[in-house]
Ligand binder design. Structure first.
Ligand SMILES: [Zn+2]
Length: 316
């Protein structure tokens, strides 16, 4: 379909059919300004249970933020429409959509959806923001993930203004991996945990979209842009603190906080009140992910902690 300048459109991307012939359609919201400019693609819900990302884009549409003063926004709040209905990360066949890119027309349901996005949406895009949350009960501090040495992308991540920027390689066959290969800049937002909406995370996402659109001169002048309250902390290296035994788990530190080496950051207990052990910070660093599961198994990830950081001045 064609959306002429000055027009809004609600399209349905026909991504696949189920075996019972039910068509799978993904709603796509397009806002095309009369003034030419870049095309910003905003995506959430590639994992159907990561509703905090969906909430961020819901707010962006409802408040009119995605109506640009120049250029175009393409907004897909729920990519994995089937997973979302079932509060599930994956598709009904158990496949992870974010491990199916660039996709294949004749492949699995995940591969077909990925193919349609790669084929029909990505070629129109100058910049992508893909919204995710931590998996299961692992709560992420709001953060932008980057692949590495791209100063332009780092600048955009700082403009977004999430408290943390994390460097890590894209997961093979993820949307970020495909965008990297195609040279399409992508900011991966992570914040909160699955099946949960936390207002501070939603606010970080919505404010980030506004700041980014302001920087791109796309934001309508009716919106105010707030400066981030903090300097972005770049996490160069990090490691997981894992459970040394199974049991009930109580974190004793808030996500996003700094810990000193050796501090007691959590408690692992047996359910009968017979034993309890402290989880000690292996090094000083920022805790940017906390497992909020009440019960954990030996070897489970409890905290993600920075091992090497860099403070940087925010842009914009
Ligand atoms: Zn995700």
């Amino acid at each position: 379909m064609e959306v002429v300048p000055g027009q809004s459109a609600q399209a349905r991307l026909q991504v696949a059919h189920l075996h019972n012939r039910t068509p799978i359609e993904v709603p796509v919201f397009i806002e095309h300004s009369i003034k030419p400019g870049p095309t910003l693609l905003l995506l959430a819900g590639i994992h159907g249970d990561e509703v905090n990302g969906i909430e961020i884009l819901r707010q962006c549409i409802a408040k009119g933020i995605t109506k640009p003063r120049k250029g175009t926004t393409i907004c897909i709040p729920v990519v994995n429409v089937i997973g979302y209905v079932h509060n599930q990360r994956d598709l009904p066949d158990g496949r992870d959509l974010n491990r199916a890119f660039p996709g294949k027309k004749t492949g699995s349901l995940a591969a077909q959806i990925a193919h349609q996005l790669t084929q029909w949406v990505l070629p129109h895009t100058d910049l992508v923001v893909d919204f995710h949350t931590g998996g299961a009960q692992r709560f992420n501090a709001p953060q932008i993930r980057l692949s590495g040495d791209d100063p332009e992308l780092l600048k955009k991540a700082k403009v977004f203004g999430a408290p943390f920027v994390i460097y890590n390689k894209p997961t093979p066959k993820s949307l970020r991996h495909t965008c990297d290969k195609k040279g399409i800049p992508l900011l991966l937002f992570e914040g909160g945990k699955s099946n949960d909406i936390t207002a501070s995370v939603s606010n970080a996402g919505v404010n980030g979209v506004k700041r980014l659109m302001y920087e791109l001169k796309m934001l309508s002048p009716k919106f105010k842009v707030s400066k981030p309250k903090y300097k972005t902390i770049e996490i160069i290296n990090s490691s997981w603190v894992r459970a040394s035994s199974s049991g009930m788990f109580k974190p004793l530190i808030e996500v996003g906080q700094w810990t000193e080496k050796g501090a007691n950051i959590g408690q692992l207990s047996d359910p009968y009140g017979q034993s309890s052990i402290s989880v000690l910070a292996p090094n000083a660093g920022y805790i940017f992910n906390v497992n909020q599961a009440p019960t954990v198994y030996q070897g489970d990830a409890l905290f993600h902690i920075s091992t090497e950081i860099r403070y940087s001045q925010n842009e914009g």
